[in-house]
Ligand binder design. Structure first.
Ligand SMILES: *[C@@H]1O[C@H](CO)[C@@H](O)[C@H](O)[C@H]1NC(C)=O
Ligand SMILES: *[C@@H]1O[C@H](CO)[C@@H](O)[C@H](O)[C@H]1NC(C)=O
Ligand SMILES: *[C@@H]1O[C@H](CO)[C@@H](O)[C@H](O)[C@H]1NC(C)=O
Ligand SMILES: *[C@@H]1O[C@H](CO)[C@@H](O)[C@H](O)[C@H]1NC(C)=O
Ligand SMILES: *[C@@H]1O[C@H](CO)[C@@H](O)[C@H](O)[C@H]1NC(C)=O
Ligand SMILES: *[C@@H]1O[C@H](CO)[C@@H](O)[C@H](O)[C@H]1NC(C)=O
Ligand SMILES: *[C@@H]1O[C@H](CO)[C@@H](O)[C@H](O)[C@H]1NC(C)=O
Ligand SMILES: *[C@@H]1O[C@H](CO)[C@@H](O)[C@H](O)[C@H]1NC(C)=O
Ligand SMILES: *[C@@H]1O[C@H](CO)[C@@H](O)[C@H](O)[C@H]1NC(C)=O
Ligand SMILES: *[C@@H]1O[C@H](CO)[C@@H](O)[C@H](O)[C@H]1NC(C)=O
Ligand SMILES: *[C@@H]1O[C@H](CO)[C@@H](O)[C@H](O)[C@H]1NC(C)=O
Ligand SMILES: *[C@@H]1O[C@H](CO)[C@@H](O)[C@H](O)[C@H]1NC(C)=O
Length: 463
């Protein structure tokens, strides 16, 4: 497909039709939900791992035996024998640990959690189970999405996006990484594991539209997992999940680079809660095996940003091909008015419509902007029914530089470092939600905002 079409991906990632050139404006493109029953290859991809034409091995996608848990025996010692240079080429060079650990005799500062216990790589609470199941849903969704994109687009489509075979191989490798993450997380949850579902994706006009959607989905998972990983009762499980999360973050950045965007225009990655995370991905899950464990997170009513910046608005000049770094000019700015639209609670959503959107909040009055390590609020304006507006506020990540940070700008040797740490608070992926109160929360206690959420979050692609 040609690249000129205006592909409008609404901010809440609701399903949209990619308009062909000259047919419709983004505001009028109507949602398209592809029924899995049609099994049209253009709109729905099956979780079958054999479907990829790329011959990437994705074994472990829902087919891993519950007994293949990585947690059962390999990690009690935490010791992984390193392969010496001499034996590095010999596949038989590694040794299995044979000695159980004893409390360390090496002097160490007092404190720390979980240092002197045998790690248990299993959920230790309902909170753990539900958080890690959410992670598994996310990993399965990403796995399917990448396979779907690789299936849908051929070599000349990728060439048109100035992507090479090497780039396509990177995407194929990401499929393997996601399959490995699925395997790891299924191991932690064994035997109660979520199996792959059928998913509904937007119709991608071109490779770039697919990449943009994929970077957003990956970021949702990244911010979602960052939001709960420090709250898990099973910190041992968190240590494995963190290792996967770090790879997901690299995927998100690489996808942006392939899209021609600045790879990471932020100082900090924002966190969101599980229910915010689930609200953002549940609409893409069409049907699931009935045996799948229940997901008990809330789905908040969807919020849509009708004028979310998107390519070809982003980058505005269309000159940005894939690159390691492309310093794009701003596509958003303080004072920009966002047109918002939301849906009243009680709408069926998610796999087999098995969830109803819910909210405990009263009349929405504020817009919460979740960005970097900050949660800031503006008023919700011009409310007409379920439409309203909000103005992107003017703020810096660090509004008040403290002495140690200011000192960073001191010259180092002959180099004068151009540090001013004055980045605007809103760039890249910002999550916005409608609330009935402006509650002071931080990334660590963000769940306390949940009773006040009327709708959202939506993704505001500020850069
Ligand atoms: C690649 O797919 C596009 C549609 O996405 C089609 O127009 C084109 O003919 C295909 N090219 C080849 C070489 O198969
Ligand atoms: C960017 O591409 C779009 C879609 O092809 C086109 O409408 C727009 O005029 C282009 N902008 C520039 C600055 O060339
Ligand atoms: C996916 O959709 C196909 C076609 O409708 C259906 O046969 C299959 O059972 C679905 N799988 C799941 C996991 O829902
Ligand atoms: C761990 O368990 C797996 C599967 O039960 C087994 O194949 C493997 O040999 C075990 N490894 C160690 C180090 O005991
Ligand atoms: C999840 O919700 C289901 C259905 O409402 C309920 O039966 C189950 O006990 C809940 N599980 C947890 C862990 O809260
Ligand atoms: C699996 O789920 C069932 C039903 O919720 C529960 O009774 C059982 O304890 C769970 N098993 C594990 C290992 O978590
Ligand atoms: C794509 O590659 C061609 C050929 O190298 C180059 O002329 C063109 O500027 C590139 N386009 C973008 C958007 O990078
Ligand atoms: C976002 O970051 C990019 C890259 O540093 C920068 O060019 C752009 O101006 C920033 N946008 C905003 C709104 O600050
Ligand atoms: C959703 O709400 C409808 C109408 O109130 C109700 O009939 C249905 O049982 C609810 N579904 C779920 C999954 O709670
Ligand atoms: C929306 O509200 C803002 C702030 O009250 C106001 O400045 C603006 O003119 C309003 N816009 C419209 C379209 O009414
Ligand atoms: C809300 O906005 C949508 C999209 O612009 C429009 O179709 C609808 O008529 C608006 N509703 C109201 C009550 O203004
Ligand atoms: C954002 O949070 C940081 C860390 O708490 C704080 O120093 C900064 O002032 C906040 N920025 C704004 C604009 O509130």
């Amino acid at each position: 497909m040609r690249v000129e079409g205006i592909l409008s991906l609404f901010a809440c990632l609701s399903l949209v039709t990619a308009a062909r050139p000259a047919t419709t404006s983004p505001a009028t493109s109507s949602p398209t939900t592809s029924s899995p029953a049609t099994s049209s290859p253009a709109t729905t991809s099956s979780p079958s791992v054999t479907e990829s034409p790329t011959s990437v091995t994705t074994s472990g996608t829902g087919t891993s035996s519950p007994t293949s848990a990585p947690a059962t025996n390999t990690s009690a010692t935490g010791v992984v024998p390193t392969t010496s240079a001499a034996t590095a080429t010999l596949p038989t060079g590694s040794l299995s640990p044979t000695v159980l650990p004893t409390p360390t005799l090496v002097p160490a500062p007092l404190g720390g959690v979980g240092l002197n216990e045998t790690p248990v790589f299993q959920p230790l609470s309902d909170y753990d189970v539900q958080s890690i199941q959410l992670d598994l849903h996310q990993s399965l969704l990403e796995l399917n999405l990448l396979q779907f994109g690789l299936t849908q687009f051929n070599t000349s489509d990728f060439t048109q996006a100035n992507l090479t075979e090497e780039d396509v191989f990177l995407l194929q490798y990401m499929v393997e990484q996601d399959a490995a993450h699925v395997q790891l997380v299924q191991g932690i949850l064994s035997p109660n594991i979520t199996q792959p579902c059928n998913y509904t994706f937007p119709v991608f006009a071109d490779v770039r539209g697919f990449l943009d959607f994929a970077q957003k989905i990956t970021r949702i998972g990244e911010s979602g997992t960052a939001g709960w990983i420090n709250h898990l009762d099973s910190q041992a499980s968190a240590s494995y999940i963190l290792s996967a999360l770090l790879v997901e973050a690299r995927q998100q950045m690489a996808l942006r680079q392939m899209e021609g965007l600045f790879p990471m225009p932020y100082y900090f990655v924002p966190s969101i809660t599980q229910s915010m995370h689930w609200s953002l991905i549940a609409p893409f899950i069409a049907t699931c095996p009935p045996e799948n464990p229940t997901v008990n997170w809330t789905v908040f009513p969807p919020l849509t940003i009708l004028n979310d910046p998107f390519w070809p608005d982003l980058p505005l000049d269309n000159t940005s091909g894939p690159s390691i770094s492309a310093n794009r000019s701003s596509v958003s700015f303080p004072g920009r008015e966002l047109n918002l639209s939301w849906v009243a609670p009680g709408q069926p959503i998610g796999s087999n419509s098995s969830f109803n959107t819910t909210s405990n909040a009263s009349t929405p009055q504020f817009v919460a902007w979740i960005s970097e390590v900050n949660i800031t609020y503006t008023s919700l304006n011009n409310v007409t029914g379920t439409n309203g507006t909000a103005i992107q506020p003017e703020a810096l990540v660090f509004s008040n530089l403290s002495a140690p940070l200011t000192n960073l700008s001191a010259p180092v040797g002959n180099l004068s470092l151009p540090l001013n740490l004055s980045a605007p608070l809103f760039n890249e992926t910002v999550f916005i939600a409608l609330t009935d109160a402006a509650i002071y929360v931080t990334p660590y206690n963000l769940s306390q905002l949940e009773p006040h959420i009327f709708a959202g979050p939506a993704i505001y692609q500020a850069g």
